[in-house]
Design a protein around this ligand. Sequence first.
Ligand code: IMP
Ligand code: MG
Length: 183
Amino acid sequence: MLIRSAKEDIKYVMFSREQIASRVREIGQILSEKFQGERPLMICVLRGAAFFFTDLCREMDCLMDMDFISASSYFNGTKSSGVVRLVKDSSIDMEGRHVVLVEDIIDSGLTLEYLVKLFATRNPKSITTVAMLDKEVDKPERFCVDYYGFKIPDEFVVGYGLDYADYYRNLPYIGVIKEECYQ
Ligand code: IMP
Ligand code: MG
């Protein structure tokens, strides 16, 4: 693993800060209309969705509650372990609520599928899923997210909350790192 600085490690920028902001604004408007007159329970899946979540909530013009959960399906690498663990649960009662689950990225789809199944047992009024990125993974039966920011090719990306071994989360853009950083 060769981690230097973002400047040296980033191969190219996939989405700039401005592109992200304008897309988040659009999704915020769509969700504002969808939940007009309601008070959705916005749930952030930490840590990857942290920036997307806080930006998205600020683009929404409706009452809301916010909570933060933490799920893990990755182990300091670029491949999913396939096993999802809920590291931190929500402490807010979901019964009869419009729950909005906000994720950073859908890869295999296992994390979101697991969370939706789990939260469905708590009798919410509805569950809406939102992800900043949706990877075009060749798996037909994969979980479908309701709203996404951008579709991306099956490449490992970092920044805007997304990490590689906990590095690069704080980059204000989404980019791809050079191969030598993985070795
Ligand atoms: P899934 O369960 O395979 O859909 O994986 C979802 C989780 O894996 C995301 O919430 C991310 O934390 C992580 N992940 C998947 N792809 C990437 C990537 O390209 N960069 C960084 N993290 C990723
Ligand atoms: Mg995540």
